[in-house]
Ligand binder design. Structure first.
Ligand SMILES: [Fe+2]
Ligand SMILES: [Fe+2]
Length: 323
């Protein structure tokens, strides 16, 4: 049964998928995202911290499993844990390849790693559970921002892009699970709301800051910190157009502050349907990625081909932008 808080029916909504990627070190350029050092290292900084974050939320969710009263949420939570396990493993693989290219991925993730270890050791369980609900909101909003702007990935090797978009799709697919698990196990009153808000403050002041320091560290180590041109280009993309950072960490914080917030208040499942249909048909995340890109381009009056990326169609008049 679907509770009023839950907003969507969980039947078959969250699925674990077995995927594999051909991450060939020789085919991954150093600046693999938009051919841009600052933007690539922004994503490297996120990716190097992904496995630790995934394992933290998996552990928190596993601890709550036996306390979940709604069987449909419990079923979704089990699929969520399996999905996050696969994300951690796939990113471990990608991080290994990036490290083999000389990037100090391990050192870049040390601060976030230390913060998660401190969380593990000192936070009460209720805050760990709230952290999973809060963190998943931001991974889902970052993923949605990327799904809305896939042109940034035009120059990325297809297996790296396919890995990232598989992860983005599943983050949107399971975006409400931790939140519903938290509400189911910790209640919906003033106390659970206060803990959620305290966790948001803690996460922003520690993890968010540390992840951005990982970015600076990678830029310094790669001698790109003084690349003003790349910094300006990336600042524009993160802050203004398309505004990946602004959408994820500024505008999406506001709705989260409402005591009535639920992740599916913004029902953006339409963005992941084409990917899911193609994956169900082929079992191939690379084909699913290209199908998503073609669908997205058509929605925006562009064309997309796997070899050439996206191109604007000048004469197209019936442009339907993705909200
Ligand atoms: Fe994930
Ligand atoms: Fe997630």
């Amino acid at each position: 049964m679907t509770s009023a808080r839950q907003k969507i029916d969980y039947n078959d909504v969250v699925q674990h998928r077995n995927v594999a990627f051909n991450l060939d070190e020789a085919k991954i350029p150093r600046y693999w995202l938009d051919k841009d050092p600052w933007l690539t290292h922004y994503m490297n900084a996120i990716f190097c911290n992904v496995p630790r974050g995934e394992r933290f939320v998996m552990k928190a969710t596993t601890k709550q499993l036996d306390k979940i009263s709604d069987p449909s949420i419990r079923k979704a939570a089990i699929a969520f844990i399996r999905q996050e396990g696969s994300h951690a493993k796939a990113h471990d693989g990608l991080n290994k390849v990036l490290a083999s290219q000389g990037l100090p991925i391990k050192n870049a993730g040390m601060m976030v790693d230390a913060i998660f270890s401190a969380y593990d050791r000192y936070l009460p369980d209720v805050m760990k559970f709230a952290f999973a609900a809060t963190g998943e909101h931001f991974t889902a909003t970052l993923s949605a921002a990327m799904l809305e702007n896939p042109e940034l990935w035009d120059d990325t090797p297809e297996d790296v892009a396919a890995l990232a978009f598989w992860h983005f799709v599943e983050e949107v697919e399971h975006k409400s699970v931790s939140f519903d698990v938290y509400k189911d196990t910790c209640g919906e009153g003033a106390y659970s709301y206060a803990v959620l808000m305290a966790t948001l403050g803690l996460g922003v002041s520690t993890l968010f800051t540390a992840a951005h320091l990982s970015w600076i560290y990678l830029l310094v180590k790669d001698k790109q910190i003084t690349n003003v041109r790349s910094a300006a280009k990336t600042a524009k993309k993160l802050l203004f157009s398309p505004g990946i950072f602004t959408k994820t960490f500024v505008s999406e914080v506001v709705p989260f502050l409402s005591p009535k917030f639920h992740p599916w208040d913004n029902d953006n499942r339409f963005m992941i349907n084409v990917w899911k249909e193609k994956y169900d048909e082929t079992g191939d995340p690379v084909q699913a990625y290209h199908a998503f890109r073609q669908w997205h381009a058509a929605q925006n009056g562009s064309t997309y081909s796997p070899n050439r990326g996206s191109e604007k169609v000048a004469a197209k008049t019936n442009v339907q932008a993705i909200a």
